[in-house]
Design a protein around this ligand. Structure first.
Ligand code: SF4
Length: 100
């Protein structure tokens, strides 16, 4: 019972921290793209190289397309190069979803 409660609180705290990090990324990317700093690791956001259904990095608001073909694409939220076909838990649509 105590283990379950501790695990439940840990999960809630993790979600809160990820939500704050995501919101900060959106805020920085929206206000000053040049100042946006990728602060999360791929493990923290469960990044993977495959898309999740129709959701992929190239359609995410945080996706930063590389201008140089020899360089990897980047993300405003996570550290390191990413694939345009990847996905993580803080994916957010580039355009608002209609019908919501
Ligand atoms: S899905 Fe995740 S890794 Fe991909 S661009 Fe969006 S925030 Fe970055």
């Amino acid at each position: 019972m105590i283990q379950h409660t501790i695990r439940k609180h840990s999960l809630a705290r993790r979600r809160l921290l990820l939500g704050f990090a995501w919101f900060s990324g959106v805020l920085l990317a929206g206000l000053r793209p040049a100042l946006a700093a990728a602060t999360l690791t791929k493990e923290m956001v469960t990044y993977k190289l495959e898309s999740e259904g129709t959701q992929s990095c190239k359609d995410c608001i945080h996706f930063l397309k590389s201008r140089a073909p020899e360089k990897e694409d980047q993300c405003a939220v996570i550290q390191g190069g990413i694939s345009p076909n990847g996905h993580c838990v803080v994916w957010a649509p580039r355009k608002p979803v209609e019908g919501c």
